[in-house]
Design a protein around this ligand. Structure first.
Ligand code: DC
Length: 232
C-alpha cells in the first residue's frame, strides 16, 4: 500500500455522464482536491454572454482573445455546502454557469485555442502537487498526460439525458427533456470533432460505462481499481 504518494487522477468523458459526481465523491474519500474543468469553460462562456462577445451563435473571437487576460476565475470552497464554487471576476457564478444559455454556447467557446491555452495552464498549476482529481474532456490527453489513473466515462445517451433532465428540473420546472437531450448530443458532437484537443479516450484510459451503475457502485469500482494497482 502506497500511503505517501499523492495521486493525479484524470476523468474524461461525454456530457452528463456523472464525471463530476464521481470525481467529487472520490476526492472526498481520498481527501484530495476536486476540480471541475468544465466549470471553467462555462465561466468563460458566461463572461462572453455578459459582455456581448457572443451574439446569437456568433463569437467575436478577436474581442474574446483581447479580453482573456482580464478574466479572473477562482474556485472558492464553501464550507456550508462543502463544495468549491466558481467565482468570475470576484462574483460567485456557481448557479449562472449551469443555465441553458451557457450550455448552448460553451462548446463553441471551448473550441477556441487561446481559451484552452489559458485554462490548461491554470489547470496544470492546480495539479502541481498531486492529490488532485480533475474531470473534463482533455484531462488525460492534454492537461495531465502522466496521470496515475485515467478514466474515460461513458453511458447510454438516453440515460444521460434523463439524469441531466432530473437534475435541471429541480432548478427549473420548465426544463424540457427533448431540449436537454438535443443540447447533450450537440455538445458531444462539437467536443469530439473540434480541431484542438478534441474529446478522445487516452490510450491508457480505462473505460467506465456507468449506464447500469449507481454512484456507490462507481465509487467502489474506482477505489478497488486503485487498490488493485496498489496506488492506495
Ligand atoms: O463538463 P461540462 O459539461 O460542464 O463542460 C462544459 C463544456 O466545456 C463541454 O461541452 C466541453 C467543454 N470542456 C472542454 O472542452 N474541456 C474540458 N476539459 C472540460 C470541458
Amino acid at each position: 500500500m502506497n500511503t505517501t504518494k499523492k495521486l493525479t487522477i484524470a476523468i474524461d468523458g461525454y456530457s452528463s455522464c456523472g464525471k463530476s459526481t464521481l470525481a467529487k465523491a472520490l476526492a472526498k474519500k481520498l481527501n484530495y482536491i476536486f476540480v471541475d474543468s468544465g466549470a471553467m469553460y462555462r465561466g468563460i462562456a458566461l463572461f462572453c454572454l455578459q459582455n456581448k462577445i457572443i451574439k446569437g451563435t456568433e463569437i467575436d473571437t478577436v474581442h474574446l482573445i483581447n479580453t482573456l487576460q482580464t478574466i479572473d476565475l477562482k474556485f472558492i470552497y464553501n464550507e456550508q455546502i462543502q463544495e468549491s464554487e466558481l467565482f468570475l471576476n470576484g462574483v460567485n457564478v456557481a448557479l449562472d454557469i449551469r443555465k441553458p444559455d451557457v450550455a448552448a454556447v460553451v462548446s463553441q467557446v471551448a473550441s477556441i485555442e487561446a481559451v484552452r491555452v489559458k485554462l490548461v495552464e491554470m489547470q496544470q498549476e492546480m495539479g502541481l502537487n498531486g492529490g488532485i482529481i480533475m474531470d473534463g474532456r482533455d484531462i488525460g490527453t492534454v492537461v495531465f498526460p502522466f496521470a496515475d489513473l485515467k478514466l474515460f466515462v461513458t453511458a447510454d445517451p438516453k440515460i444521460r439525458a434523463e439524469r441531466r433532465y432530473k437534475e435541471m428540473l429541480i432548478k427549473d420546472p420548465d426544463t424540457n427533456i427533448e431540449e436537454v437531450e438535443a443540447n447533450l448530443i450537440a455538445r458531444d458532437k462539437m467536443d469530439t470533432t473540434r480541431a484542438i484537443s478534441p474529446l478522445v479516450r487516452a490510450e491508457d484510459a480505462l473505460i467506465l460505462d456507468n449506464t447500469h451503475m449507481d454512484r456507490e457502485m462507481q465509487l467502489n469500482f474506482v477505489l478497488n481499481l486503485l487498490k488493485e494497482k496498489e496506488l492506495i
